[in-house]
Structures are given as C-alpha cells and as structure tokens.
Design a protein around this ligand. Structure first.
Ligand SMILES: O=c1ccn([C@@H]2O[C@H](COP(=O)(O)OP(=O)(O)O[C@H]3O[C@H](CO)[C@@H](O)[C@H](O)[C@H]3O)[C@@H](O)[C@H]2O)c(=O)[nH]1
Ligand SMILES: [Mn+2]
Length: 943
C-alpha cells in the first residue's frame, strides 16, 4: 500500500494580500524619492534664509526613508504556526523530553515574592509528566524572604498541582485563577475543594506578605528548613556565597503531592556574588546557575525561560512548543520557540503602547517567515545544547529516545548533589572560559547567553541564528504567558532606553546584524534585525523634525512646498498614505483608534527621550565613562498610581531629565504654533494666508501640539500626584521660552508677543533683541500696502536713550522697497508691484531690548474695482475709510503711549492692568470689525 502517510506535528500558513502591500509600498517609495529630489533641488541659495535648516531636513528625510525601507521584510512573508499536540501525544507520550524551567527574579521589593511564586506555581502545574519537569528559581537578590516564599510555595504546590489536574484549572497561577473565578461563575461542581484551596492560598499569601512587610522571616520558620542556615554568612545582596537548595526532588521520598504522586523538581538558587566581580545581570544568572547548575541536577533537553512576572496562562503550551522541536521533518533545525510577551494589565487603549501590538501580531510573524523571530528573554523554549553553543549541521537529529545521562545523579544523595552544583555557581567559575563571550563558530559547548549587552536575549538569539539554526514564533489564541506591563511613563521610557541601548550595542558590536550576519541569515532577516536595533539613530532626526519646522514656522520661513506647488503632492501622499496605512494596520490587528493615537504618542516620546538618552549612554560607554547597568522594571505600583493607570491618565512621576526634555519640546511647539497664529491674525489681516505658504509646517506643529495634550494637562491643569512636578514645569517653560528667544538669536521672532493695547485689531507688539522679520502676503498685484511702527519702550529703566531702529522692506523676489534708519516711529505706504510675501525686517542697534508696535495692512484695489463695477463703490470706500481710520488711530495711540512711557516708568501693576485692558479692547474691536464686515457683506448681497 505504499508508504504510511506522514502527519507533521505542526503546520505553517502564509498570510495573504502581500501583492497589494507591495504595490502600495512601491507607490509610497516613489513619493519618498520625490521628497528627496525636492529637498536636493530646492536647497536655499547662499545668504537665503533656512539653508542649514533645509539641509538638516534633507538628512532627516533621507534617514526616515531608508529606515522605512527596513520595515518591509516583516510584511513580505508573515507565517502563522499551528502545532498538533494530540499527534505529539500519540506518537511520543512515552519519550517526552525533560524540561528545565527557569524563573529569574532580582529584587524582592519591586518583584514581590508572591508574584514570583505565582509564576513558579503556574509553571509547575503544566500538563506534563512531573518527573520530567524541573523548576529553578534564580534569585539575584539572594533574599531570604524569597526563599521563605518558595519554601511555603513548595508546600502549597502539593495541594495546588493535584487540584489543577483534577479540575483542569486554567490559568494555573493561583492568583490569576482566583481572579477569573471571582469575575465569572463560581465553580459549583467543586465548591468545597475550591474554598479549601483558596483558604490555603490566602493563608500562605498573608504569611509571605507579612514577612515581606516586616522585612524578616519569622524566627520559628528557620527551624523548619535547613536552607535558612545558608544566610548565616550572608552580608549583602552583592556579597554572599552561593545559596542553593533543592526543595523538591524525586530522591526525597517526602516530595509527593497530597495524592501521593511525584512532584516536579524545585530548586532555589542565588549564585555567589562579590562586589569586585561583574555578575552580568540576567545573562550571568542564566548561565551560571541555570544552565550549569541545572545540567548537574536535571539536565533537561529543553529549557524554558520566563521572567518572574510572566506566569503560564496556558497549561498546554509546553506540549505545543515540543511539537515544533519534535517534528520529524523540520524539527531538527529549530533552536528555539519564542512566544510573544503578553500582558495581563494592559488597558483598552494601551496608554503606553506596552502591548506592542504591531510587533507581536505582525512583525514577529514576518520574522518567522524569514528564518525566525528574535529571542526576547521570556516565554522562550530552547534546546539546551544549542543555547550552550552547538553549531548546526544537516546530519543533526535529536535522539528523543535516549536520556542524556546524568549518572552522577544516580548515586549521589541530595546533599552531595547540592554541594557539587554549588561549585558551578561560584563567581570565579567563569574566569578564563568562553562563558558569555563567544558568538563565533567555536564549537565550545560552554557559551550560553552573551555578556556585555543590555539585551542579552537578542544578541544571544542572533548568535544562535548565525550558527545556522532557525527559530519559530508561536502566538497561540490563548496567550502562553501573561506578564505585568509597566504602568508609568518614566518606567516605560527607561525600559525602552535599556532596549534601544542594547540594540545599538549589537549593531556596533563585532557581531552586528548589518555585516557579521551577512551570509548566515537571510538579507530580509538582517534588515529586520537592523530595524529593531537601530532605534537609537531615530532620536536625532525625530528631534530635528519636532523642533526646527516649528521654529521656522514662527519665523515665517517655509521649509516645505506651498500647497499650490506640485511638490506638495508627494509630501501629502507620503504623510497621509503612511499614517493611514499605520492606522489601518493597527485597527486590523485588533487595536482601537485611541490606542493607535496613544501608540503614536509613545512612538514620539520614545524617540525623543529614551533613544536619545540611550545614544548618549552608548557614547559614554564607548568612551569608558559609564558602566553597564540593568534597571529592573517595577512590577507593582502604589494604589493611586494604579487607579490612574486604569483610567488611562498619564503618570509622570518624579522629576527627571527625560520629563524635562519631553515637556520642553511640547511647550516649544505650543508656543511656536500660538505665536504664529497671533502673528497671522494681527499682522496680515487674514489667518488663511499661512495655510497656503506653510500648510505642512502648520499641520506638523498642530499634530505635535495635539499629541502633547497630556503633557500640557500634566504641566498646568492636573492636581493629582501623577502630574508633572512643578520643578519640571518651571524648567521646561523657561527652557522653551529661552530657546525661542535665543536659539534663533538674530532674526528670530520673540515669544513674548504682546498684542496691541490699542483700540484696533491691527498691529502686533513685540520685543526686539537684534533683528526681527515679519512677512506680509500681498494677494493681488497693485494692492496698496500701509505700514507703520512705533518704538514704544526701551528695556532700560534708568534713562531715556537713543532708541531708533532700522527697517528695511523687501518685495517677494528680494527687491528693496523702502529703507528707514534710526527711526522711533514711521508711517508709510507703497503700491505692491507684484503679489507674494513682502518682508519687513527691523534691526535694533542699541544694546537694549526694545518693544515695537508694528502694523501692516494692504488694500485690495482690484477688489475695489470689482465692486465699483458692481455699482457698489460707496460701501467699499466706506470699508476702506474705516480701515484707514483705525489704522491711523492705532499709530497715533501707539505714539501717545510711547510718550507716556518715556516720561514715567511703568510699574508692573500698571503694566498688567494695561495688558488686561488691551485684551478686553482687542476682543471688543475684533467683534466690531467682524460685525461691520458682515454688515457690508449682507448689504452687498442684498443689493
Ligand atoms: O540582574 C538582574 C536583572 C534582571 N533580572 C531578571 O530579568 C528579568 C527581566 O527584567 P525586567 O526588569 O522585567 O526587564 P524587562 O525589560 O521587562 O525584560 C525584557 O528585556 C530584558 C532585556 O533588556 C530581558 O532580559 C527580559 O527577559 C525581557 O523580558 C526579570 O525577571 C528580572 O528579575 C535578573 O535576574 N538579574
Ligand atoms: Mn519585565
């Protein structure tokens, strides 16, 4: 009958719709090329405004465009995997491999022992033969409270595991399980057992939490387990002997559950630490204890690594992962199976973008299609020998039938086993070995996780790939693990700083995905690795884009094509196309609109702070000024912080340079936008003009202001504890104002725009330092332009000084129109020979700041003619006369005010009063003029 049909242990499906994506991308790319061409071909000439700003934008756009290209391989070939665990069970139930599960913790305060225990208990309760499972808890804090907790948990586990098995409990983390029960139906078929186990759990919880609160293990407990005596020689978390305790082991006859079944092996380990010896953070913990020590005690072929907050949410995922490794056809080339990092506490709109939706729901699938996802430190199943350095070859087949012999174990009693293992965890063990150092082809079996990189996981995963292996991304419907997402902005930013810093270290290292990996992994995967590891380089162009266009907007210098120019099209297409693609993708992957907006905000914040700080730190490290550190992220929050998190109110926390930077940028944009609007409204009489010349700059500034709304609220409006600290508010406001006034130095429009205090809507009052320009757009050729200015006040309180200014007026093509020298006031008019922006530049030669009242307005002659033809000349004339009156009046009053100021110094109270008055007057006159205009319009219509 021919060969027996082959049933694989997993199947792989490819995503559809790639062609559409590729066509769309090509069109966007054409747009991007046009943008580049525009930038290169329109660089302002020597002496023209904005040349350097322009070149900066060109660099930023080049980099954005290239970086954008890197994101494509993810979307070429996403694959989705489905394991068949029933087939696995039918074929291999008897010879399932041994599995060692590692849980890492490092700080009993921010990683509360109860949370860690829930993770430990959840993985102990996997649906898997218990004699083949070992759970190791690595405690980098060497805390006796954590040891006490695991001691308690080892007892509770003898009740919990049978309970889980009997009632098919899911999830197997007790805390999470009790929570789901509380929120759904009460388990009526086993109420008694449920109540009993819940009581046991709560008792344990209160004992552990009391100990944690007091910071001390109760004296009477010490006698219950010999392990506590190991703390006798303990001096601090950075200085202690190896502490190793096997709590449950099948050699120990008492290690049985309440039904008399064997328990999984359970080991507590705190490796030796000495202040003078680098401990290499999590990588060090994984290598010394977990990989070496476990090889002595259980030597499981498969290793599962989880962070202490990532409890197992799916008791089948171990079997699922094995389907990949044990598949007869493809299994032998798979080094690790990575599951996504999912979080239990992510809110609906994911304020901090913690869910990393696009990464885990799409991009990792894409990487899988290219040769396998990265190793991301948690929720990852490895083959032990590969993690330890084995190189791939085609003949490699895993022999699941034979146990790796651990003969030494057979004779040794538990105590001997503990003593032998301890030696492997000494902090000098790694001296002069390859542990943590090599990523090359060396066949040394002892390499483990790589040191010296703050994302030890990613670099280790890459080195495995470079040794010829593949990996698999497994993203099951019911998440395999659930962790704790960060609940504050600063924490999130710091975490991303660590990640991006590590990523950049990888790119700069000898084993860079950009060059070293060439030939070992597919070019697409190389690009994908670069995409994730080059975050740091996004900081500068993003910062540039957030600052320069806004400042130039205030200056009135356009940096983007006008809306009427054909070059506007590629800009509009690329911006709109890319952001709508981004939004659609986000929604398609199950996100909400608000979630997308939040995600975009975080995208901006990470780039302008985390990545920037990571960049600086990388440089400092490179120069030897700073050392590697691993800031562990907190997994608990205060009650009020948590409540705000639930309500999706941004938590800013304590003052920090990152927050100051964030707030300064936000304010800078706000001031620029407001300044520009005021200038528009009060100088050129319609705000619409700017829409034509600087649409993109206005939009960019506007979007930046909108996205920063939570920052403004945090700075000035909120009262709760999570707001931005006052010190940050003061610093950032001062900084933003200072930048606006000083950065552009000479001709930069000042932020202190004080409106005309006179009875008219026309005019702007500003403080001039050295040089100041305004532009006024004349719509029609032949228009009559009226302008006037008065130097109101000089910034020296002592005496009256010579305070004249120079004014030069230039036409749209730079031709001189008028020049005035050393005037304290002037009123003049001219006929515009062509339409376009006319520039009015003031120069202040005195060493003092001067306040100038400036007014410009143009009369539409053609407009007049038009109406004259319509037979309504008098209305137009009336309108013009009105303007002229207002105009003259303004000038006269400015003059009067000047006289007043010159003769008596103004007290600050009077000044404020004047400001208030002027605001009121301004409002009133705005309404006046508006009504008048409406009246005329009506009249004209009616006639
Ligand atoms: O010296 C240390 C520092 C940390 N950890 C443990 O490492 C894990 C991850 O630390 P966490 O503060 O939660 O960092 P995350 O940014 O959430 O971790 C992600 O990024 C890290 C690399 O930056 C990886 O190590 C993690 O596995 C990955 O989940 C935690 O269980 C810690 O207890 C140690 O064991 N020893
Ligand atoms: Mn974490």
């Amino acid at each position: 009958m021919g060969e027996e049909e082959y049933y694989p242990l997993f199947e792989t499906k490819r995503a559809k719709g790639r062609v559409i994506y590729i066509i769309f991308s090509l069109s966007l790319f054409v747009g991007i090329c046009f943008i580049w061409v525009y930038r290169v071909s329109h660089i302002p000439r020597e002496g023209e405004d904005g040349k350097w700003a322009w070149i900066g934008l060109l660099c930023a756009e080049l980099w954005f465009g290239l970086y954008w290209l890197l994101r494509h391989p993810f979307r070429w070939n996403p694959v989705f995997r489905k394991p068949f665990r029933h087939t696995l069970s039918q074929r291999y139930e008897k010879i399932l491999p041994r599995v060692d599960i590692f849980v890492c913790t490092a700080d009993p305060v921010i990683e509360p022992p109860m949370m860690v225990m829930n993770t430990v208990l959840s993985v102990m309760a996997y649906d898997y033969p218990r004699e083949k499972m070992s759970v190791y808890l690595s405690d980098d804090a060497g805390s006796d409270i954590t040891f006490y907790a695991i001691f308690e948990a080892s007892i509770f586990a003898t009740h919990w595991l049978p309970f889980c098995k009997k009632f098919k409990v899911e999830p197997t983390s007790p805390a999470a399980y009790f929570k789901t029960i509380a929120s759904s139906t009460y388990p009526n078929n086993h109420v008694k057992e449920f109540v009993a186990i819940q009581k046991l759990y709560q008792d344990m919880e209160s004992r552990i939490e009391n100990a944690a609160k007091v910071g001390q293990v109760p004296k009477e407990v010490h006698s219950k387990h010999k392990g506590f005596s190991q703390w006798d020689s303990y001096s601090s978390r950075r200085d202690h002997d190896t502490i190793l305790q096997i709590l449950l082991h099948d050699k120990d006859s008492s290690a049985k559950d309440v039904d008399g079944h064997v328990m999984p092996t359970l080991v507590y380990l705190a490796r030796e630490k000495r202040p003078q010896v680098a401990h290499n953070f999590k990588a060090g913990a994984m290598n010394s204890l977990v990989i070496r020590v476990s090889s002595m005690i259980s030597n499981g072929e498969i290793i599962l690594n989880v962070d202490c907050d990532m409890y197992s949410n799916n008791s089948q995922s171990l079997r699922d992962a094995l389907c990949f490794f044990m598949d007869e056809v493809k299994g032998h080339e798979i080094a690790f199976v990575q599951t996504p990092q999912c979080f239990e506490n992510v809110t609906k709109n994911d304020l901090y973008g913690a869910g990393m939706r696009v990464n885990y729901e799409l991009e990792f699938h894409g990487m899988d299609g290219l040769g396998g996802p990265m190793y991301i430190g948690t929720g990852c199943f490895h083959r032990r020998e590969i993690l330890c350095g084995r190189k791939f070859n085609d003949q490699y087949k895993n022999d699941w039938n034979g146990y790796k012999n651990i003969d030494h174990m057979k004779e040794a009693n538990l105590h001997e086993l503990e003593e032998k293992s301890k030696a492997l965890a000494s902090c000098t063990y790694e001296e002069n070995t390859l542990w943590g150092k090599e990523v090359t082809f060396s066949l040394s079996p002892y390499m483990g996780l790589q040191y010296g990189c703050s994302v030890e996981d990613v670099i280790t995963g890459l080195s495995i790939k470079c040794r010829g292996w593949k990996s698999v991304y497994y993203n099951p419907q019911r998440s395999a693990f659930l962790g704790v997402a960060l609940t504050t902005l600063p924490e999130t930013l710091i975490q991303h700083k660590r990640w991006s810093e590590g990523g950049f270290q990888i790119v700069l290292s000898k084993y860079s995905p950009a060059w070293y990996a060439c030939g070992f992994i597919s070019p697409g995967l190389q690009m994908a690795y670069c995409y994730y590891n080059l975050w740091v380089l996004l900081s500068w162009p993003t910062l540039y884009y957030c600052i320069i266009p806004s400042l130039y907007l205030l200056k009135g210098i356009p940096l983007f094509p006008q809306i009427s120019s054909p070059w506007f099209i590629p800009f509009a297409y690329v911006t709109l196309g890319d952001s709508s693609y981004d939004l659609l993708e986000f929604l398609w992957l199950g996100g909400t609109l608000k979630g997308w907006w939040n995600n975009t905000r975080m995208w901006l914040y990470k780039r302008t702070t985390s990545y920037l700080f990571a960049f600086v730190d990388n440089i400092l490290k490179f120069l030897g000024f700073s050392e590697s550190a691993f800031v562990i992220s907190a997994k608990v929050a205060e009650e009020n912080v948590f409540q705000r998190y639930e309500k999706e109110v941004m938590e800013f926390g304590n003052s920090s340079p990152m927050l100051t930077l964030l707030a300064t940028l936000a304010l800078l944009n706000l001031f620029c936008l407001l300044g520009m609007l005021l200038k528009q409204v009060f100088i050129s009489e319609g705000g619409l003009r700017i829409c034509e010349t600087m649409t993109l700059q206005v939009l960019l500034s506007g979007v930046l202001v909108l996205i920063n709304v939570p920052v403004y609220q945090g700075l000035y409006l909120r009262k709760d504890k999570g707001r931005l600290p006052i010190s940050v508010a003061v610093k950032s406001t001062a900084l933003a104002l200072m930048i606006e006034m000083k950065l552009g130095l000479s001709n930069f429009a000042t932020a202190v725009v004080i409106f005309s205090s006179l009875n008219t809507v026309l005019g702007i009052r500003f403080v001039i330092d050295r040089y100041e320009c305004f532009s006024h757009n004349v719509q029609y050729e032949g228009d009559r332009v009226h302008a006037s200015f008065v130097v109101i006040k000089v910034d020296t309180s002592w005496q009256y000084t010579h305070d004249g200014v120079d004014l030069s007026v230039k036409g749209p093509s730079g031709e001189p129109i008028r020049d005035f020298h050393d005037r304290t006031s002037e009123i003049f008019e001219f006929v515009a020979r062509s339409n376009g922006p006319y520039r009015f530049c003031f120069t202040n030669k005195s060493p003092y700041h001067e306040t100038i009242d400036f007014d410009v307005h143009s009369n539409h002659v053609q407009f007049t003619d038009q109406h004259a033809k319509d037979g309504e000349p008098y209305i137009v004339k009336l309108e013009q006369a009105l303007f002229n009156i207002q105009y003259e009046q303004h000038w006269l009053e400015a003059q009067t005010e000047r006289q007043a100021i010159v003769s008596n110094a103004m007290s600050s109270r009077a000044f404020h009063k004047a400001l208030l008055e002027s605001a009121a007057l301004m409002g009133a006159s705005a309404i006046q003029v508006y009504l008048l205009r409406r009246l005329f319009e009506r009249k004209m219509l009616a006639v």
